[in-house]
Write a new protein. Structure first.
Length: 118
């Protein structure tokens, strides 16, 4: 199983970016989402979406970011609007997969840098 992330980059305050993540090697995917980690800070959840379409966004991004997924393609996108300097971080996509055992398998994608300049 592999996760590939696309998007990210440098944007000015108030700008927009779109991150995309594609899962390959597995037909069944449970929750998918995005975490981020800023220098000197812990990794934090940004948003996730279940296979059934239930979405969760962190308080800090609610109303500005929107997560979506395409179950036919096993992709998850994060539309980020009205970006702020505090959104600067490395963003990681992740996915959870069903297993034959009682626990899910979690896979992380490579980080992609988002930098918001003021």
């Amino acid at each position: 199983v592999q996760l590939q992330a696309f998007g990210g980059g440098l944007v000015q305050v108030g700008g927009s970016l779109r991150l995309s993540c594609a899962v390959s090697g597995s037909l069944a995917v449970n929750a998918m989402g995005w975490y981020r980690q800023a220098p000197g800070k812990q990794r934090e959840l940004v948003a996730l979406v279940t296979s059934g379409g239930n979405r969760q966004h962190a308080d800090s991004v609610r109303g500005r970011f929107a997560i979506s997924r395409d179950n036919t393609k096993n992709t998850v996108d994060l539309q980020m609007n009205n970006l702020k300097p505090e959104d600067t971080a490395t963003y990681f996509c992740y996915a959870r997969f069903p297993t034959t055992g009682p626990y899910e398998h979690t896979q992380w994608g490579p980080g992609t840098q988002v930098t918001v300049s003021s």
